[in-house]
Structures are given as structure tokens and as C-alpha cells.
Design a protein around this ligand. Structure first.
Ligand SMILES: [Zn+2]
Ligand SMILES: [Zn+2]
Length: 211
């Protein structure tokens, strides 16, 4: 794959994950007395945007059982927003989350700051914290060379009318593309055009056809 890791980018992402863990610990400490939940990461780095697949971010989450946390839904929602606002976060209440996520929770409060996002989600059984690092560009993408050109197409063949000799799917150019739903959870699928095969659907990677 013509994908090259950008020097230092992975370390930068790792530093962001450590900073995120501190943000979450502070948020939880301000909201819930007693020991903070332990935060763990999803082991996969997800693409933040299907069309910039070289961007990655990481998610951390932790939870406590609801009975450990005193307060009504309204009180906890207000307290979460106040704790975040006092620490300089811009707060909201999860309007951007899909309906399937929203209906599982009694309250969602989130805060954004410097590219980080943290969330507090309250359900009947648990108090959950989520956080997301800023997107870090890990890879530089270079479009692949076409497998066939006008010079190399050969007698009796013409360039594939779909990919013009590229061979790769013209939409994703061979990149691994993920589409997701929701900020933290959801289904992922491959490139919408080639469904993750990554090759041109007309020539199946040959870049040419008989004429
Ligand atoms: Zn594709
Ligand atoms: Zn083609």
C-alpha cells in the first residue's frame, strides 16, 4: 500500500491518549466521590472520517455501577455540565448521537476542548465515561501508480473506462476505508463502492479490457 507512516505521529497520538486519561480522571473525580473508574482503550484506532482514512483517534471508556453514584438524573446531568464548564469545556447534551444511542441513556452530557471530547452517560444500571482524542494524521497517502497506462496497455486492449488503468477502486484507491455510526460505537463497513475489495469493479484490477 502506498501509505507511509508520518514520523512522530504515533507518539503524538499516544501522548493524546495519556492526556485524555487525565481529563477523564479529573472529570470523574469532580462528579463522583470515591475511587475513579479504571479507563481502558478500545484496541483499535478508528478512522474519524471515511474520506480521510489516514486520520486516527483513540477512545477510552470506564464505568461505575449506578448505585455507587448518588443523585437524581437531573442533578447528575447538571453536575456533569457544571464540572465540565468549570474546567473550560464547551458542553452539550449529546444531540449529535444517533437515536439508538440516545434512547439507551437517561442522560448524556459531553464536553469538547482542544480537539478532545469527553462524555458522561447515565443509564439505570451504570454511570459511564467516554473520551476521544483529537484526530492525528498517522499516514501520508500517496495515490498508487496505475497498473496499466496508454503506453503499456498492449495491442487488442484499451484502458478500463471506469478506472482509466488504475486497477484500484477509483473511490478508495486501495485504502482501507471505514464508515461508522455514532461517536464511540457502531457498525463499520468498507468502501461503499468496492465494499472493501479495493479493486476496480469493472476490470477487477486489470486496468484494461479487450477491444
Ligand atoms: Zn473502494
Ligand atoms: Zn477498472
Amino acid at each position: 500500500m502506498p501509505e507511509r507512516e508520518i514520523a512522530g505521529a504515533r507518539q503524538e497520538l499516544r501522548r493524546s491518549v495519556e492526556e485524555l486519561a487525565r481529563h477523564l480522571e479529573r472529570f470523574a473525580a469532580g462528579l463522583v466521590p470515591g475511587p475513579a473508574p479504571s479507563f481502558s482503550g478500545f484496541d483499535e484506532l478508528w478512522t474519524a472520517d471515511p474520506w480521510t482514512p489516514d486520520g486516527r483517534y483513540q477512545v477510552l471508556s470506564g464505568r461505575l455501577p449506578r448505585p455507587a453514584v448518588a443523585g437524581s438524573v437531573a442533578e447528575l446531568r447538571e453536575r456533569a455540565a457544571a464540572v465540565l464548564a468549570a474546567a473550560g469545556w464547551t458542553t452539550g447534551t449529546g444531540e449529535g448521537e444517533p437515536e439508538s444511542v440516545r434512547k439507551r441513556y437517561e442522560a448524556i452530557v459531553y464536553g469538547t476542548r482542544d480537539g478532545f471530547e469527553v462524555q458522561f452517560r447515565l443509564s439505570a444500571r451504570a454511570v459511564e465515561f467516554y473520551g476521544r482524542t483529537p484526530v492525528t494524521r498517522l499516514y501520508a497517502w500517496e495515490s498508487p501508480e496505475p497498473v496499466v497506462t496508454a503506453e503499456t496497455v498492449g495491442p487488442g486492449y484499451e484502458l478500463c473506462p471506469e478506472c482509466d488503468g488504475l486497477g484500484w477502486c477509483p473511490t478508495c484507491e486501495g485504502r482501507i476505508v471505514f464508515l461508522r455510526s455514532g461517536s464511540y460505537t457502531g457498525y463499520r463497513s468498507g468502501c461503499p463502492d468496492c465494499r472493501g475489495d479495493n479493486v476496480c469493479l469493472v476490470c477487477r484490477g486489470a486496468g484494461r479490457r479487450s477491444c
